[in-house]
Design a protein around this ligand. Structure first.
Ligand code: OMD
Ligand code: FE2
Length: 437
C-alpha cells in the first residue's frame, strides 16, 4: 500500500538515491568508474540532447545489475489494437464532442498496456512533434511485463482505482486526484486492484515543466517541493520470460529477456518520474471582478517553439472560493485557437452539470464554439453574488493543445460513448436582447 513508498521531493531536482538495502553504491566523484561498486553496470538515460542548454539538460545515471541492452530482438506486438497514432482513420469533425464514461472491460485479464485506447491526437512521432490523448481501461496487473515509450512522455491522470507503479527509478503509488509523469524511455510496470480507469496526455516534443509565474512571484500554483520522485528500489529476479513492450514510431514492439528490468540499485540525476497531488495546488484567481482565463490553473506545461504557446498544458479546475463581484462567474462562451480536451476525475463540472461525468470526456476543437449550457447560464446570470465555494467535491481538468487533434475510430465509433445529442444542451439558450437597456 501507499505507506511503504518513499519519495524525494522537488521538481527537476538533481537527485541521488540508493536502495536502503545497499548503501554506498553510488560511485563517488565520477559516473563511470572502471569497476562500479557491487559489480553493477553504469548506464546513462538521456532525456535531452547531450548539448541541450544547461537549464533544460536532463539525464540520469543508473547503476544496475545488468544493462538494458540484455534482451532478445524486438518483434511487433499486437496486444493493444486501439493504441496508435494513426490520425487519418476518420474524416475531420469540428463538432463539439462529449463522451459518457468509457467502459472498463469486465473480468480480470486486461492490463494497463493492453487497456490503452487512443482517443485523439495530432503530429508525428518520427518528427518528435505531437500530442495524443489516451484512456487506460484495465482490470489486471502487468505480470512480468514492462512498458516504455520511445516517442514521448506520459502524464497519467488516474480516475478510478490507484496504480502501484514499479519503475527503473523506484516505486510510485498514485491514486485518483494525483498524477504521475513517466518520461520517454523509462520502463515501468503497473499493478492495479480491480477495475481501473484513467486518462493519459502524451507529448512528443518536450518534457513537462512548471509554468512561469510572472507577476505572481516566486510561489504559487504547483509548488516545486510538492513533486515527488521515488527512491531507488531494485529486485534481483530471474524469470523464464520478462516482456519489455515499447512504443516506437507509433507502433508497439515486444522483446523478451530472462530478468526483471527493475534492477537499478542506485541512481542519480534529474531525469526521473514524479507524482503530484492535485490537492497541493495553490489556486490564484480574481478577487475583484471578471473571469480569469483558465491558464491560471496550469499545473504543468509542455512548451512548443512558439513563445507562450504549449504543445499541451495540463490545467485543473480545483475546489476554490469564487468571490468576483458583478461578474458572470462560470466559464465564458468561447472559441479558441487551441484544442480543449476535458476529463472529470470526480464530481461535476460547473459549466455543464449534466452528462459530463467522471470517467467521460469532452473535446472542443479549434475554433469550435462552446460554453455554459442553458441551466448554467440562467443560474449564474441570476445568482446572488456572495462568496461561494465552487467545485467542492469535484476535480475536472483540461489538456489544452496548440495542435489540432483528430479523433480515432475508437474514439468516434468503436467505444460507443460519443453523445450524438451533446449540441442540444445549448439549443435552448434564449434571446435576451432588448434594444433599450
Ligand atoms: O470549459 C471550458 O471550455 C474550459 C474553460 C474554462 C474557463 O474557466 C474558461 C475558458 C475555458 O475554455
Ligand atoms: Fe474553452
Amino acid at each position: 500500500m501507499g505507506e511503504d513508498y518513499k519519495y524525494l521531493t522537488g521538481f527537476g531536482s538533481h537527485f541521488a538515491t540508493e536502495d536502503p538495502r545497499c548503501p554506498d553504491t553510488l560511485p563517488v566523484g565520477q559516473n563511470s568508474p572502471q569497476k562500479c561498486p557491487r559489480g553493477l553496470y553504469a548506464e546513462q538515460l538521456s532525456g535531452t540532447a547531450f548539448t541541450a542548454p544547461r537549464l533544460e539538460n536532463s539525464r540520469s545515471w543508473l547503476y544496475r545489475i545488468r544493462p538494458s541492452v540484455v534482451h532478445m530482438p524486438f518483434i511487433r506486438y499486437h496486444g493493444a489494437p486501439h493504441f496508435h497514432d494513426n490520425w487519418s482513420e476518420q474524416p475531420p469533425d469540428p463538432n463539439q464532442m462529449r463522451w459518457s464514461p468509457f467502459d472498463i472491460p469486465p473480468g480480470g485479464s486486461v492490463d494497463f498496456v493492453d487497456g490503452l485506447h487512443t482517443v485523439c491526437g495530432a503530429g508525428d512521432a518520427r518528427g518528435r512533434h505531437g500530442v495524443a490523448v489516451h484512456m487506460y481501461l484495465c482490470n489486471a496487473s502487468m505480470n512480468n511485463r514492462a512498458f516504455y515509450n520511445s516517442d514521448g512522455d506520459f502524464l497519467i491522470v488516474p480516475q478510478q482505482g490507484s496504480l502501484d507503479i514499479v519503475t527503473e527509478f523506484g516505486r510510485i503509488h498514485v491514486a485518483p486526484n494525483e498524477i504521475v509523469v513517466i518520461q520517454q524511455g523509462m520502463r515501468f510496470s503497473v499493478a492495479v486492484s480491480g477495475p481501473t480507469r484513467g486518462y493519459i496526455l502524451e507529448v512528443y516534443d518536450n518534457h513537462f515543466r512548471l509554468p512561469d509565474l510572472g507577476p505572481i512571484g516566486a510561489n504559487g500554483l504547483a509548488n516545486p517541493r510538492d513533486f515527488k520522485t521515488p527512491v531507488a528500489w531494485f529486485e534481483d529476479r530471474e524469470v523464464e520470460t520478462f516482456r519489455i513492450i515499447s512504443k516506437f514510431q507509433g507502433a508497439l514492439f515486444v522483446a523478451t529477456q530472462k530478468h526483471s528490468p527493475f534492477d537499478v540499485v542506485a541512481w542519480h540525476g534529474n531525469y526521473a518520474p514524479y507524482k503530484y497531488n492535485l490537492a497541493d495546488f495553490m489556486v490564484i484567481n480574481s478577487v475583484s471582478f471578471d473571469h480569469c482565463d483558465p491558464s491560471i490553473f496550469t499545473v504543468l506545461t509542455c512548451p512548443s517553439h512558439k513563445s507562450g504557446t504549449a504543445i499541451a498544458d495540463f490545467v485543473i479546475f480545483p475546489p476554490r472560493w469564487s468571490v468576483q463581484e458583478h461578474t458572470f462567474r462560470p466559464p465564458y462562451y468561447h472559441r479558441n485557437c487551441m484544442s480543449e480536451f476535458m476529463g472529470l476525475i470526480y464530481g461535476s463540472y460547473e459549466a455543464k452539470e449534466g452528462a459530463f461525468r467522471p470517467g467521460g470526456a469532452s473535446l472542443h476543437s479549434m475554433m469550435t464554439p462552446h460554453g455554459p449550457d442553458k441551466n448554467c447560464f440562467e443560474g449564474a446570470s441570476n445568482a446572488k453574488l456572495e462568496p461561494q465555494r465552487v467545485a467542492d467535491g469535484t476535480q475536472s481538468f483540461m489538456f489544452e493543445s496548440s495542435l489540432s487533434m483528430a479523433v480515432t475510430k475508437w474514439g468516434a465509433e468503436t467505444c460507443q460513448k460519443l453523445d450524438a445529442k451533446y449540441y442540444e444542451c445549448w439549443q435552448a439558450l434564449e434571446k435576451h436582447f432588448k434594444i433599450s437597456n
